[in-house]
Design a protein around this ligand. Structure first.
Ligand code: XMP
Length: 507
């Protein structure tokens, strides 16, 4: 049985990061909403309580009865998790005078405590909290303090229950990984038996059993997730898997041809469908971003569905859904900023059984599985690319001519990033065709042509992003090449907005 740590999610931005850090220790874990502990699951060996946007004394604060958990499993509360356990046992939590945000140091701590074993003197930790624990319950003891925070960490005396006010999961907590390791390995007794190889072995066996001799279809996008899902399924069921790769006409330059070739080299049974005429037709004259997204989403489903029906007796639809897509969101606002198109509406339309072999993996784990399966590095490290493709990077209406202008500019930018060794340093990059013309001069001629914006961002999960600080020499070269080589473009700008408040894609 695959042993696991349960992470109770109280809605913190860093909950997923806790999960990733635990997985990096080769320990399997699952993130569940704070009130959905899997009672009765015998593979659970320990529990972590996450942070939260709320204060424990807020009316809306997420509260949970830990009586069925405490004493049965080791517990570690992080930030709100720590405050909640202190508060609900008679301790005191109060607003900190000023919100504590950023680096602090553990000025004193109990180096003998099992949670803090191996932590270095004056260790730097990352704080991010508006409240602070001002008194701990009677049977708790303080095991670490910073200059400003007396209760930086505590333990319930004689119990396997700890709380830390800081965030060990955040990179800036230099001994954070050590602390998490102390918890999951030494305290919970985790065997650290989770790896890409073990995942592949057990998943291939499970898929063989689950799918038997059934036929499966899968939509490929060229992206990492669907590609890895396909190769994994191919290993399990070979030719019973048919992959469908739809070209909506708004992919990057040569992308359709190149990616199709990659897929064939990987031994996948893949059908490439050129549906660009249909999409250009339906998109003609449409300028509103959400409308574009909806048209492409629906068009994709129709094409995929028609193609899949040509295969006899298909029983399953496979998708490259990954863990962050599945974690039940405790989203407090619920606003849709953009409707993402991938294969969102497919399962309902096709009435097939759903197979999602990567649904428990984080992105970096998907990449490791891909590597372990022998996939080429350029497929594994490919930047994310939106399902609607260049359609959301052409502001205003879309025409085949605009697509080809943008493809050329984008290609110069992306190839430049590769040539200059910058490609792997950015999360994603691309060019945007702006709906404006401006005056320029070429030779002795006046020009009145289009402007292209370049966007390159650094990020870890696309939830937040910063603009990439690319070298000026590189930008100068790319700008020059684009203006000289791409007919119809006489101006290049660089997008220096972070997310939030801007998004990564312009539409
Ligand atoms: P935004 O623009 O919301 O993008 O900051 C966040 C990430 O999502 C990608 N993106 C999409 N991915 N289908 C996708 O698969 C889509 O419809 C879609 N729209 C945006 C975007 O490229 C970035 O990585």
């Amino acid at each position: 049985m695959q042993e696991k740590i349960i992470i109770l999610d109280f809605g913190s931005q860093t909950t997923q990061l806790i999960g990733r850090r635990v997985r990096e220790l080769n320990m399997y874990c699952e993130i569940v909403p704070y009130n959905k502990f899997p009672h009765g699951d015998e593979s659970v060996i320990g529990v972590i309580l996450s942070g939260s946007p709320f204060s424990v004394y807020d009316e809306k604060a997420f509260k949970v009865d830990l009586s069925g958990i405490r004493g049965k499993y080791p517990l570690l509360g992080i930030c709100y998790g720590a405050q909640f356990m202190a508060y609900s046992n008679g301790g005191k939590v109060e607003p900190a005078g000023t919100r504590e945000y950023g680096r602090a140091n553990l000025s004193t701590f109990d180096a003998e405590n099992p949670l803090l074993k191996g932590v270095s003197a004056n260790s730097q930790v990352w704080m991010s909290h508006g409240d602070t624990i001002t008194a701990i319950p009677d049977n708790f003891k303080i095991i670490a303090s910073t200059e400003k925070v007396a209760v930086a960490a505590y333990q319930a005396v004689g119990e396997k229950l700890w709380g830390v006010q800081f965030h060990p999961e955040v990179f800036h907590s230099v001994d954070g990984t050590q602390i998490l390791k102390n918890f999951v390995v030494d305290i919970c007794g985790g065997k650290q038996d989770w790896s890409a190889a073990s995942f592949i072995e057990s998943t291939v066996a499970q898929l063989k059993e689950q799918l038997g001799n059934d036929k499966v279809v899968l939509g490929l996008s060229g992206g990492v997730d669907s590609s890895v899902a396909a190769v994994l399924l191919n290993r399990a069921i070979g030719k019973n898997l048919t992959c469908i790769f739809v070209d909506h006409g708004m992919l990057r330059k040569n992308e359709f041809k190149n990616v199709l070739h990659d897929y064939e080299c990987l031994g996948l049974n893949v059908i490439g469908v050129d549906a660009s005429a249909k999409f250009f037709g339906e998109l003609a004259g449409v300028t509103e971003p959400e409308r574009k997204r909806k048209i492409i989403g629906k068009g994709f489903i129709d094409v995929f569905d028609a193609e899949a029906h040509k295969i006899e007796d298909v029983k399953w639809l496979a998708q490259g859904t990954i863990y962050p897509d599945c974690i039940e969101s405790l989203s407090i606002t619920g606003t849709t900023i953009k409707s993402h198109h991938n294969v969102g509406g497919l399962p309902e339309k096709m009435k097939l059984k759903l197979c999602e072999p990567l649904r428990l993996l984080f992105k970096d784990e998907v990449r490791n599985v891909g590597r372990e399966l022998g996939m080429p590095e350029h497929l594994i490290k490919r930047h994310p690319f939106p399902g609607p493709g260049l359609a959301v990077r052409i502001l205003g209406d879309i025409t085949p001519e605009k697509v080809s202008v943008l493809q050329e500019a984008d290609d110069i930018f992306i190839q430049g990033l590769r040539d200059w060794g910058l490609y792997d340093q950015v999360w994603q990059a691309g060019a945007i065709l702006l709906p404006v013309q401006s005056v320029g001069v070429m030779g002795d001629e006046r020009t009145y042509e289009r402007a292209v914006a370049l966007r390159a961002v650094t990020s870890t999960d696309a939830m937040t992003a910063d603009w990439a600080h690319l070298p000026y020499e590189f930008m100068a070269k790319v700008s020059n090449d684009i203006i000289n080589k791409v007919k119809g473009v006489n101006r290049v700008c660089y997008d220096i907005s972070s997310k939030p408040p801007a998004t990564i894609e312009w539409e």
